[in-house]
Design a protein around this ligand. Structure first.
Ligand code: RB5
Length: 149
């Protein structure tokens, strides 16, 4: 599975560790930066990953900032993106099973590398359940289309 990952200055250390962990586990991971503690703007990184995922270049995205919230708000502005902030195992599992989330956002202030790696593995390995949830996800897509009109 091809994954795009990015972070701002608040998340780059966790992003680097998570990227290396995912590669060691066999995932193909493209790193969109940032690569230092120099202050940057999280919407720029969210947009780069979200657009690449929405375009089908990557199956999933992972975005990290201090809280995970700014990345989530920004990524969800891109049509076709269903970005979800992940804080615990059950929440991440449900957002895959019910929302077909295609971007996971994490808050570096609240999750350590072990937790981030576990949440990301759940995000990557859990399947969408479809059925009644597909109808609801289609209604999210309709909101994207309505925003374009
Ligand atoms: C950067 O200071 C911080 O605002 C950012 O990392 C993020 O948490 C925003 O939501």
């Amino acid at each position: 599975m091809k994954i795009a990952i990015a972070a701002d200055h608040g998340g780059f250390l966790l992003k680097d560790g998570l990227r290396d962990r995912l590669r060691a586990e066999g995932f193909e991971v493209a790193d969109f930066g940032a690569n230092s503690a120099e202050s940057v703007d999280y919407p720029d990184y969210a947009a780069a990953v979200a657009r690449a995922v929405a375009a089908g270049q990557y199956e999933r995205g992972v975005l990290i900032c201090t809280t995970g919230v700014g990345m989530s708000i920004s990524a969800n502005k891109v049509a076709g993106i269903r970005a979800a902030l992940g804080t615990d195992d059950d929440e991440v599992s449900l957002t895959r099973r019910h929302n077909d989330a295609n971007v996971l956002t994490l808050g570096a202030r609240y999750v350590d590398l072990e937790t981030a790696a576990r949440l990301t593995r759940i995000f990557l390995e859990t399947q969408f359940e479809g059925g009644r949830h597909a109808r609801r996800v289609e209604k999210i897509a309709a909101l994207d289309r309505a925003a374009r009109d």
